[in-house]
Every structure is written in structure tokens, then in C-alpha cells.
Design a protein around this ligand. Structure first.
Ligand code: IMP
Ligand code: MG
Length: 180
């Protein structure tokens, strides 16, 4: 275990088993569509996206969007910024939106609204983690890997100040790291 991690919340093998289940659901739900546009949110979703999509044998296309809602700390800034100059053409398409974690709900709400405004026919949302808390925006994920308590986690794509995304599990940081 990494020395900055106080405890492993979700082990790698547990994540892998859960991905098999989510992938089967996604496959079944989109099996009748001739094409699926996946939109994954960077950077947090990159590990989840790669591991999940390799389990989904559909004819799909992947786009990644850069959005920012955190600015170095552990609290959402309350504002969602789209950092890309060009957004993917989703007009008339079925979209699977992938993010790492549903926290305040602002990111999923803002990106879902944007994709609908751009003419997406259907938007389904998929997150690795859902935090059990009151959200700023009422939004639920159509697919969610795990429900966790309202604590700050890192690993498997999730960062603290840009670090720990490469850990193969989801863990809780040692409190001394956040306060230092
Ligand atoms: P929301 O817009 O508040 O739902 O959260 C969106 C983003 O906040 C996620 O995509 C993450 O990048 C980040 N985030 C929220 N909670 C955590 C956490 O516990 N650890 C790391 N990043 C988090
Ligand atoms: Mg982040």
C-alpha cells in the first residue's frame, strides 16, 4: 500500500468484478443501437473508462472532455468549466457519459445538460463511485460501481492535487496529507 494511504476502501479485485457486472448491463442496454458515443470526463475517468470499455463489445466511439470543478482542494468550486475548444458532435446520438465520481452532482448535471442542448438523443450516465450525501444538483447515475460515504478518496483515476490517480484501488488519504 502507498505510504500516504490510510486505508484501502475498494480493492482492485473488487473493482474488477464490479466492472464485469456494469459492462454486461451497458452491453445489454445499448445492444440495439447501431452506434454509441461514449463521452468520458478527464482526467478522473481515464482508468475507469479504459477498464470498463474493454469489457463492452459494442461498436462505440470514444471522446474525452476536459472539465474542471476542483481547483486543488477537496471541495468542489461550485462551477463547472468546459476546457475544450471543440466538443464532440453528439447530435441525434445515444451518449454514455462516464465520470469517476458523483459528488455534488454539478459536473454530471452540467455536462448532461450540455449534451442534451447539443442534440443528444439519449444521455446515460455512468460513474465508478457515488458519494452518499446531499447533492447541490439533483442527479443520479444510471450505472454506478459503488456507493461510498462522504469522504475524500483517491486512486483508480481520482486525484488529490493531481496525484494518486495511478493507484489500482480506491483509498482514503492519510489526513496529514490533506492538511499539510
Ligand atoms: P461533482 O461535480 O461535485 O459531482 O464532482 C465532480 C468531480 O469532483 C469528480 O469528477 C472528481 O474529479 C472530483 N471529486 C469529487 N469527490 C472526489 C473525491 O473524493 N476524490 C477525488 N476527486 C473527487
Ligand atoms: Mg479531480
Amino acid at each position: 500500500m502507498h505510504e500516504d494511504i490510510a486505508k484501502v476502501l475498494i480493492a482492485e479485485e473488487v473493482i474488477e468484478k464490479r466492472l464485469d457486472v456494469i459492462a454486461r448491463k451497458v452491453h445489454a442496454d445499448f445492444a440495439d443501437e447501431d452506434s454509441l458515443q461514449v463521452v468520458a470526463l478527464l482526467k478522473g475517468a481515464f482508468v475507469f473508462m479504459a477498464d470498463l470499455l474493454r469489457r463492452v463489445p459494442l461498436r462505440l466511439e470514444v471522446e474525452c472532455l476536459n472539465v474542471a470543478s476542483y481547483h486543488g482542494g477537496t471541495e468542489s468550486s461550485g462551477q463547472v468549466d468546459f476546457l475544450d475548444r471543440k466538443l464532440p458532435d453528439v447530435n441525434g446520438r445515444c451518449v454514455l457519459l462516464i465520470d469517476d465520481i458523483l459528488d455534488t452532482g454539478r459536473t454530471l448535471a452540467a455536462v448532461t445538460a450540455k449534451l442534451r442542448e447539443m442534440g443528444a438523443r439519449e444521455v446515460k450516465t455512468c460513474v465508478l463511485l457515488t458519494k452518499d450525501k446531499k447533492r447541490a444538483q439533483e442527479v443520479e447515475a444510471d450505472y454506478s460501481g459503488f456507493e461510498i460515504g462522504d469522504e475524500f478518496v483517491v486512486g483508480y483515476g481520482l486525484d488529490f492535487d493531481g496525484k494518486y490517480r495511478n493507484l489500482p484501488y480506491v483509498g482514503v488519504l492519510d489526513p496529514s496529507i490533506i492538511s499539510s
